[in-house]
Design a protein around this ligand. Structure first.
Ligand SMILES: [Zn+2]
Length: 210
């Protein structure tokens, strides 16, 4: 986890120096980034009900309501600091629009995400380990503890995901074009992540060992 700083020209960023070389003002140290980020993503992905937040079918909650809930837990937090978390997040975890906020991916709550664009990639990737790969080739890719399967738009990203769990990543190549033609809904969460309810085994068209 990194500090969040503010550059007068480029806004919030994570790390020591901005892309322009300036060292901006410290907004949140890494401990607070961790705490606040974990809490916000927890609410938006897993437990909005626990804090009485109303979430619509596309995962949106009212931003004022979220700020209220967050402030109750962390007295030092405020609207501006929550925006700092959102706007500096290079993984594209959040979306803040029209005074509503949502997580872009990672939900365990049942969200429909009807307003997401359809993924246009012909091939998508899923990073995993050797043993798991064998199993997925038989049964297909299904979400575990999540509402959606998370696919990567590049081999590099799928490798990053796989390396969190294994030293010997296996990348499964998904024929997204064929799946789409057959009516499987694959949606785009952000530049690097596409989501599907399930990928049946017949759409796994290749296995890459790294
Ligand atoms: Zn800058």
């Amino acid at each position: 986890m990194e500090d969040i700083r503010f550059c007068p020209e480029h806004g919030f960023y994570r790390g020591e120096t901005c892309k322009c070389g300036r060292k901006g003002e410290l907004i949140l140290d890494k401990e607070r980034v961790e705490k606040l980020g974990r809490f916000i993503s927890g609410i938006l992905r897993h437990f909005p009900d626990k804090f009485g937040l109303e979430m619509d079918e596309n995962g949106w909650v009212d931003f004022d309501e979220l700020v209220r809930v967050v402030k109750r837990k962390y007295r030092w937090a405020n609207r501006w600091l929550i925006k700092a978390i959102v706007y500096s997040d290079w993984k594209g975890r959040y979306e803040l629009k029209d005074n509503r906020i949502r997580a872009r991916y990672g939900h365990s709550v049942d969200v429909k995400l009807t307003d997401y664009p359809i993924a246009e990639e012909d091939v998508l990737y899923y990073g995993t380990g050797e043993e798991e790969a064998q199993r997925l080739l038989e049964i297909g890719i299904k979400p575990v503890n999540q509402a959606y399967v998370h696919l990567s738009t590049t081999i590099e990203k799928s490798e990053e995901v796989a390396r969190l769990r294994t030293d010997e990543p296996i990348i499964l190549e998904i024929d997204a074009k064929k799946a789409r033609e057959d009516g499987i809904r694959i949606i785009k969460a952000n530049e690097f992540i596409a989501l599907a309810k399930e990928i049946p085994p017949k759409y796994i068209k290749g296995v890459i060992k790294l």
